[in-house]
Design a protein around this ligand. Structure first.
Ligand code: AMP
Length: 213
């Protein structure tokens, strides 16, 4: 059983790296932001609150976050383990998690703010089929149009300059300090996230001492 958290600023590649790790080692990939986006799409009661909070780049209340994480883990479909992406984002969430679950490691993806801005502002999403693009290294063949389904590409509502500035501010103020808390427990493995996807994945596997696959 392998249980990991992955922490990093927006655009550091948490989603991509978690998905690769999950695929390689049969882990369940739990993306807390995606669970919230699902609530928005399904127009659940929580969805309306989440939509407003997310669009402003702010964090959802801890009670909602803890419930979402607990409900997801209570499904117990993680026979080989899990990787949680986008959580914890502040001290209270970290304390809640450590009181209730044990973990084998925290992957910290380190990326300077300038590079975050460059990457995030270049992100595009297809609202038709969900395909992700990046205008720097993963452009669609025809500008502004999805290669797969032909739909017009959009920005995520929280990938604007203003929302990004707010998310970076919150990350430095609230999320960075919890790394110190986790470091004291010797859980944290910091990886330089400015390299290629494959190089970052190889570094993560090496630091976690995972067997080659
Ligand atoms: P992400 O896709 O991880 O950037 O998450 C998108 C948005 O979902 C964030 O800007 C928050 O509004 C919300 N969110 C995701 N994870 C958390 C969390 N652990 N705590 C609070 N809000 C969260």
């Amino acid at each position: 059983m392998r249980k990991y958290l992955i922490i990093g600023v927006q655009g550091s590649g948490k989603g991509t790296q978690s998905a690769l790790l999950a695929k390689g080692y049969e882990l369940v990939h739990i993306n807390v932001g995606d669970i919230f986006r699902w609530h928005v799409q399904q127009h659940t009661k929580l969805g309306a609150l989440v939509r407003r909070t997310m669009a402003a780049g702010e964090l959802i209340g801890d009670d909602h976050v803890e419930k979402v994480v607990r409900d997801r883990l209570d499904q117990h479909d993680w026979n080989y383990g899990f990787i949680i992406d986008g959580f914890p984002r502040n001290r209270r969430q970290a304390e809640f998690f450590l009181e209730s679950y044990d973990i084998d490691g925290v992957i910290h993806l380190n990326l300077p703010d300038e590079e975050v801005r460059r990457r995030v502002l270049a992100r595009r999403l297809c609202p038709g089929c969900g395909m992700d693009y990046n205008l720097i290294y993963d452009r669609p063949a025809e500008e502004g149009v999805c290669d797969v389904c032909g739909h017009e590409l959009v920005r995520r509502a929280d990938d604007t300059e203003e929302a990004l500035a707010e998310r970076l501010r919150i990350y430095h103020e609230k999320t960075n300090p919890i790394l110190d808390l986790l470091r004291r427990k010797e859980y944290v493995f910091t990886v330089d996230a400015s390299r290629s996807v494959d190089a970052v994945q190889a570094a993560i596997r090496e630091k976690l001492g995972l067997p080659a696959r």
